[in-house]
Design a binder for this molecule. Structure first.
Ligand code: ADP
Length: 490
């Protein structure tokens, strides 16, 4: 069963329940009101007949059968005249003595329990119900009491048929059922239209999602309804999700293409060398030596690249990151010592060196710093300077590697931290880099809740920086500011 039908049924069901309760409430209130009216009629008539009875100068008249028979047989009851009500008088034993003509001989029996009524029950009486010819009749029985000696000398029963009450109630039932049925049909139709209208945008979203799946095109977006409601938010969220998926998917595709491309070059070079060896190169020691040296270089490149890729993958999965106190000043000194043999004619030195401790993974941080140092030495011509620095700034530990090298052009600068990006392909290729060094730096910094920045001016040099939050961590508002070093600070 579709959601639309379930929604319509649920709406209609709830409405039917509400209608049922309302109808039930109306029916019983009207019924109570009508029966209260009947009761009022019965009491009014009872009071009237009792007044006639009491007005009769009531002195007991002795007769052979009983002192009051004569009087009670008298016609006092005939004075009472109401077409809707019948009156009957019974003797103390419950035998009928007299009744009004409108009862037309259809005498109603006196309930046995009425004989228990005493002089004190004049104000309360007893209510009974009879059914004659399918007509319900309500009766009120009260004792007739002689005022002089407070004796019960008979019983008065006033009766009223409930035909009009029942007619009114059955008409009301008809109206409630008929009206309810019409209201229910209208509600079901309205609910069907409303739920169909409400679900149309969701249908659109589903159709778009299906076409995305069919066409494998993450570039499509779901239509966003103009009203700022839940469906608007849903569409916007789905579009954001699609955008993120598209970005990730494209990045992954690019990454696989880049990796294949980077692997192909050294492998092709090695294949060429193997062919040289096969075609007689082995007999020529000079050629063989060259080919083997070449292959060793390419194998070294491959190993470096695979190691870098592994490092990147590990930095992506943050849970593998160790979290221990790291003395950055000691780390900086260690990196300085490892870089010194590579410096050649470049002056490598340490600038500012605060004592700073952060929480993090020492090995990863060292790798990142080494990457920056190696790059700086590589892209700085002989006679230039490379300066390593460490200071505290704005709640961050700031590790810097500044050089006076070739610098980076403005168009390369935004992409410099991308994977496999090389500013000058031929130059980097010669130096053996695959364009992964800086993306490792960025990843490591981000894995420590920090970030990496660069400031550079072509021909003047570059300053790379790693910003690591100092414990306690700064608020997100601080992180948003992300200060950037100026090349002038080189
Ligand atoms: P690679 O392994 O090719 O060096 P990186 O990710 O480390 O890859 O660097 C990417 C590119 O950024 C390099 O190809 C280079 O052109 C440029 N680059 C990196 N560091 C410097 C620097 N200190 N000075 C000038 N250019 C640099």
């Amino acid at each position: 069963m579709s959601f639309r039908i379930r929604l319509t049924l649920a709406y209609t069901g709830f409405f039917a329940l509400a209608l049922l309760l309302l109808g039930w409430g109306i029916y019983f209130s009207v019924r109570q009101a009508l029966l209260a009216g009947v009761n009022r009629d019965l009491w009014a008539a009872t009071r009237q007949v009792r007044a006639i009875f009491n007005a009769g100068g009531l002195e007991p008249v002795r007769t052979p059968t009983g002192e009051l028979d004569l009087y009670l047989r008298s016609e006092f009851i005939q004075i009472f005249n109401n077409p809707n009500l019948g009156a009957q008088v019974f003797d103390p034993n419950g035998a009928l003595l007299n009744s009004t003509p409108n009862l037309d001989g259809r005498d109603l029996p006196l309930a046995a329990s009425a004989l228990q009524l005493g002089p004190d029950d004049v104000g309360t009486g007893l209510t009974t119900t009879h059914e004659i010819d399918d007509v319900r009749i309500e009766s009120l029985i009260t004792p007739l009491v002689l005022q002089s000696n407070n004796r019960v000398v008979g019983y008065l029963q006033i009766s009223r048929p409930l035909r009009d009450v029942e007619t009114t109630l059955s008409t009301l039932t008809g109206i409630l059922l008929g009206g309810g049925a019409i209201a229910l049909v209208l509600t079901a139709a309205g609910a069907a239209v409303l739920s169909s209208r409400a679900l149309t945008p969701i249908d659109q979203v589903t159709r778009t999602a299906q076409s995305i799946v069919r066409a494998e095109d993450l570039g499509q977006r779901v239509p966003v309804p103009p009203q700022q409601d839940e469906l608007h938010r849903l569409a916007v969220t789905i579009n954001e999700l699609l955008e993120r998926l598209e970005r990730l998917f494209n990045a992954q595709r690019r990454f696989v293409a880049d990796v294949s491309h980077e692997l192909r070059t050294p492998l092709a070079a090695m294949q060429g060398n193997l062919e040289v060896l096969e075609r007689g190169g082995l007999d020529n020691p000079e050629l063989a030596r060259e080919a083997v040296a070449d292959m060793r270089r390419e194998t070294g490149r491959l190993i470096r690249m695979v190691n870098d890729l592994l490092l990147l993958a590990q930095s992506d999965a943050r849970e593998q990151l160790r979290c221990e106190p790291v003395e950055l000043d000691t780390l900086l000194l260690e990196v300085y010592r490892e870089l010194r043999p590579l410096a050649g004619e470049v002056a490598l030195r340490i600038g500012a060196e605060d004592q700073v401790m952060v929480q993090g993974d020492r090995d990863r941080l060292k790798q990142a710093l080494l990457n920056l140092g190696v790059n700086a030495l590589q892209y700085t011509p002989p006679g230039g300077h490379v300066t390593l620095g460490l200071e505290q700034r704005d709640g961050y530990a700031l590790l810097t590697v500044a050089d006076t090298g070739v610098g980076i052009s403005e168009e390369d600068l935004p992409h410099i931290f991308d994977r496999f990006y090389r500013a000058d392909r031929s130059r980097s290729r010669y130096s053996g880099g695959a364009g992964l060094g800086l993306s490792i730096v960025k990843r490591v910094a981000e894995a420590h809740n920090g970030y990496a920045t660069v400031a550079s001016a072509p021909g003047r040099g570059s300053t790379f920086a790693i910003w690591l939050p100092l414990p306690p961590r700064p608020t997100p508002a601080d992180a948003a500011e992300q200060p950037v070093l100026e090349p002038a600070e080189v």
